[in-house]
Design a protein around this ligand. Structure first.
Ligand code: GLU
Ligand code: MG
Length: 666
């Protein structure tokens, strides 16, 4: 989650005064870097996965599971091991692989792990992912107290409840978060994190607001009024929020960044061979974001209640929403520059590939961009599409500014650029090569997936996305739909059991290669004009394009993944299979890959459950559950134990991994 520079962090009133400087310097750094790296060629097709964990401390005597705030100690101990390995004094090897890297995350109860080295193009690498992920879990565990476990639940079920759900215990609330539910100590104490949280709150003018619809069971009070809210606090001005209507009936209410950024996900980053390929991957993977969010759904509990949504996405979005009332459109624009339709954490709003298949109708006509920044970028030769993308990201203010960094602009660094880039948490991220490292190329990050309870599943989803990416490049697949449809799909993915019960917009013909007729983009500076004109000197004779609406359909995930029965869409898995048929993969590798693809196939057709469904069933069939939506301490303890057992059992016998997820009886 971004850089960890040190220094004197400015509070919001101070930071606001320097925001323009940081933005302008960030753009100058971007331009210098883009000039340097735009012609970079032949970078290796590498990829990497990131797995995030909760650290849970289990008290078997009291039958309680609590979050452990031991991140710093665990990371320190892990770093010592890594240093020993680097010095050659410990073997640290596992099947010839380098030891994994561990990183801090927002929650002081979180860890993140990546493979020791990025994965390569070889199919054999795909088969190392699962065992490497399992190894990471073993390594992490070995640096924890005997009763602590790395658990891959997206959220801790009882974060923010009134009981002592953290170890060591700190009562709410502190000056940074001003939450009535969680203490400041819940966040990583590195100055970046409390500053980020405090400046988001301060910029916004009130606390962040997360209202998640409660799951209404037989005995859930109607209307449901979140019983954990205290309306009588007077410690901070922000305590007025609930008196001013921040909490909604029939919703579970939360008021701090930790409720969102304390969630765990599975992210995949690809290095493309050059910028052009990176831009293509960015566009083509974008429509898959919501589909993979629904397929990986694993978040049915917040603050001790079953909720009526299955994924974490909107909660994180609200947890870091720094928009003012003016930007939100709640009051007329007076001091702020524009209305902003989405939070900083949200689905993408731009396409960036100079692809003749990109029709201007796919772009958002109402996209908010900083026109001055766009002009600055274009004046230096950046094409309109890419300039628009960055001028859109740079409508935001930098949130964490260190005064030491404001003395001199260093064009050989990317710190000011990254300040904005890394706090634009969109579901795809386009990453320029870092200026300091010549061996890293243009990268694209796929960010929507939820972490899965077992590493078999985490590996399966990683491998699936990698293979889709290869199929996209190999067959030049076309998944373009209007970008607003992807935004709508992202909402749809939240519904309970969306994976089986909902339909999503998806392109019907992934092989369509129409390029827009020239007259459609030659005038009025449309965003694709430069794209199309540079892409083809002699435009192929193409039939007139039909209306954009005829290009996509409303499909179930089963149609999208396995192919629609009426043949409208071939299916992502069949596309991957054809890709595998088109390349030389030995039988053994092919069979091993089939296990992973089978999980995706069965998840899409309902044979296998999502984590969200499994957790719901676990809770509702628990003997202590009272049909009142409450996930008690006892249920939480049993759930954590079951999830740990599942990941360990699965670790011992990988062949049964996904079968564990067919039902609560297991
Ligand atoms: N944990 C966040 C999520 O669930 C992502 C943080 C990151 O970008 O590393 O999406
Ligand atoms: Mg992370």
């Amino acid at each position: 989650m971004g850089l960890l520079a040190l220094g004197t962090a400015l509070d919001w009133p101070q930071a606001k005064k320097r925001a323009n400087q940081v933005r302008n310097w960030g753009i100058e750094q971007l331009l210098a870097n883009w000039q340097r790296a735009k012609g970079k060629e032949r970078d290796a097709l590498l990829w990497g996965d990131e797995v995030e964990y909760l650290v849970v401390a289990v008290d078997d005597e009291a039958k309680k599971a609590r979050l452990s705030l031991a991140q710093a100690e665990i990371l320190k101990s892990l770093a010592q091991d890594e240093a020993l390995w680097k010095a050659g004094t410990s073997s640290g090897q596992h099947d010839g692989e380098e030891p994994p890297h561990f990183h801090p995350e927002f929650g002081r109860f979180m860890l993140e792990a990546t493979p020791g080295r990025p994965w390569g193009i070889d199919f054999k690498d795909l088969l190392k992912v699962e065992s490497n992920m399992k190894w990471r879990r073993v390594v992490a565990k070995s640096h924890m107290a005997p009763n602590e476990y790395p658990i891959t639940l997206t959220t801790f079920p009882r974060l923010g409840t009134k009981d002592d759900y953290i170890r060591p215990y700190y009562p709410p609330s502190g000056p940074a978060l001003r939450s009535q539910f969680v203490p400041d100590e819940i966040a990583n104490p590195h100055i970046r994190f409390p500053t980020l949280a405090a400046n988001i709150r301060s910029r916004r003018g009130r606390k962040v607001e997360l209202n998640v619809p409660v799951f209404k069971d037989k005995n859930t009070p109607q209307p449901f009024k979140d019983p954990t809210i205290n309306y009588n606090l007077h410690n901070w001005p922000e305590d007025d929020d609930v008196r001013n209507g921040a909490a909604k009936d029939d919703h579970v209410y939360m008021d701090a960044m930790a409720f969102g950024m304390g969630s765990c996900c599975l992210q995949i980053t690809f290095q493309a061979k050059n910028m052009t390929e990176g831009r293509k991957l960015y566009d083509q993977l974008s429509p898959l974001g919501p589909i993979l969010l629904a397929l990986t759904a694993a978040t049915p509990i917040y603050k001790g209640f079953l909720v009526d949504t299955d994924v974490r996405w909107n909660q994180i979005s609200n947890a870091v929403d720094d928009r003012t009332r003016e930007e939100l459109g709640e009051v007329p624009l007076q001091n702020d520059r524009w209305r902003i339709p989405k939070s900083r954490y949200a689905s993408n709003s731009t396409y960036i590939s100079q692809d003749p298949r990109l029709r201007k109708e796919y772009l958002d006509p109402d996209l908010t961009v900083d026109e001055d920044i766009k002009k600055r970028l274009m004046d230096d030769g950046m094409d309109e599409l890419l300039a628009t993308h960055f001028a859109h990201l740079f409508i935001r203010d930098p949130l964490v500014i260190f005064s030491e960094d404001l003395e001199k602009l260093d064009l050989n660094k990317a710190d000011h650029f990254e300040n904005l880039q890394s706090t634009n948490w969109q579901h795809m991220r386009f990453k320029p090569p870092p200026p300091e490292k010549d061996d890293i190329g243009w990268r694209v990050e796929f960010r929507s997936m939820e972490i899965q309870m077992t590493d078999f599943e985490n590996a399966a989803f990683s491998i699936f996305i990698v293979l889709i990416t290869r199929a996209i490049l190999s067959f030049n697949l076309n998944f373009y739909i209007p970008i607003q449809r992807t935004t709508e799909n992202m909402e749809t993915a939240h519904a309970r059991n969306a994976v089986l019960d909902r339909k999503f917009y998806f392109r019907k013909d992934p092989f369509s290669s129409h390029s827009p007729r020239r007259h459609q983009h030659s005038s009025n500076g449309s965003a694709i004009s430069s794209a199309a004109s540079s892409a083809c000197n002699t435009p192929p004779p193409s039939p007139p394009l039909g209306p954009v609406e005829s290009e996509y359909d409303f499909m179930t995930i089963e149609d999208i993944v396995n192919g629609s029965t009426d043949g409208t869409f071939p299916g992502l898995i069949p596309l991957v299979e054809s890709y595998l048929n088109s390349v030389n993969v030995d039988v053994e590798t092919r069979c091993s890959l089939a296990r992973y693809l089978d999980l995706i196939r069965k998840r899409a057709n309902g044979t296998l459950w999502t984590g969200a469904k499994w957790i719901r069933e676990f809770v509702t069939s628990h003997s202590a559950y009272k049909q009142d939506s409450v996930v008690s301490e006892e249920i939480c303890y049993d759930l954590v134990k079951a999830v740990d057992e599942m990941s360990v059992k699965e670790g011992r016998n990988g062949t049964i991994g996904w079968e564990l997820l067919t039902g609560p009886g297991r």
